[in-house]
Ligand binder design. Sequence first.
Ligand SMILES: C[S@@+](CC[C@H](N)C(=O)[O-])C[C@H]1O[C@@H](n2cnc3c(N)ncnc32)[C@H](O)[C@@H]1O
Length: 326
Amino acid sequence: MDPDKESEGESALRGAHGGRGFSHAPVLLKEAIDFLAVKRGGTYIDATLGLGGHSSAIASLLGPEGRLIGFDKDTRALEMAGQRLAAPEGRQQDWPEIVLHHASYAELAERVAPGSADGVLADLGVSSMQFEDAGRGFSFQADGPLDMRMNPHAELSADQVVNQFDESNLADLIYEFGEERRSRRIARAIVRARPIKSTAHLAQVVSAAARPMNQPRGKGIHPATLTFQAIRIYVNRELEDLRALLASAPQVVKPGGRLVIISFHSLEDRMVKDALRDGARDGVWEPLTKKPVIASEDEIAENPRARSAKLRAAVRMELRRRGGKR
Ligand SMILES: C[S@@+](CC[C@H](N)C(=O)[O-])C[C@H]1O[C@@H](n2cnc3c(N)ncnc32)[C@H](O)[C@@H]1O
């Protein structure tokens, strides 16, 4: 092979990083593509389209017989990913079928035929587009409304949780989904400060209640980090949805197909790890990652979001007959 000529895979990875005006860098892109073992003509599911970074790299490897099925709860993300996944100039004849669903990946089994996928990828959590848009209310670093909904049509928003939930429910969810030890103190401060009008107001109330006496400003994580994480996970039913995805993936992925999941906090990673361990025990998944794959220092330097990413992958095994031959 001509060493100066870039391979299709390399060009896919480069294309996924840029070239159409997006600054978002997909996390662990090369690793995700490698573990998916993307093959021409295959059917792949991107459960979390986001800005279509991983998807565009997958699509460019599939060819005209291939198919990419994408999910996102966020209509804005779907719109942007849809634009990005249109066949590039000169590749119309070589581009896969693209099918996009405005739906939760919890609906995977209802929307995708059993045993039809060669691979499923999920890059969990919020996208940089959602996080950086103050109007979405995900960030404590910018002032915005208390929203935090990935799906803008969902009924529950952060405002209801923060301003209407009773103190003990609030404390429980901050503890459960943020693993925040100071959850009771924080919940009490939130209830006393009501009505809380914005993300900056919430961050200030939580910070005052949560900062440990011995932690000076500017050291360690922001004192509101875990509370914001907890409210976001609760509002978006993130762990319920992940549970449903992990339960339905074995039905949808064909034998020999791959499951690749990138998670960003320990609650998610634990669920993925346990599902793959149980799947190995039951002859459903053969894990490919003994330990989670993490980002290189170079990637973290370029994209700080990669710092907490953990990738786990598995191959779908043939179903063993229960009870053996009759
Ligand atoms: C980290 S981003 C994905 C980024 C994407 N891999 C890329 O390269 O651009 C996660 C995306 O998943 C979506 N999402 C999160 N939970 C979801 C769910 N349960 N169902 C469907 N989409 C979900 C979010 O709205 C967000 O757009």
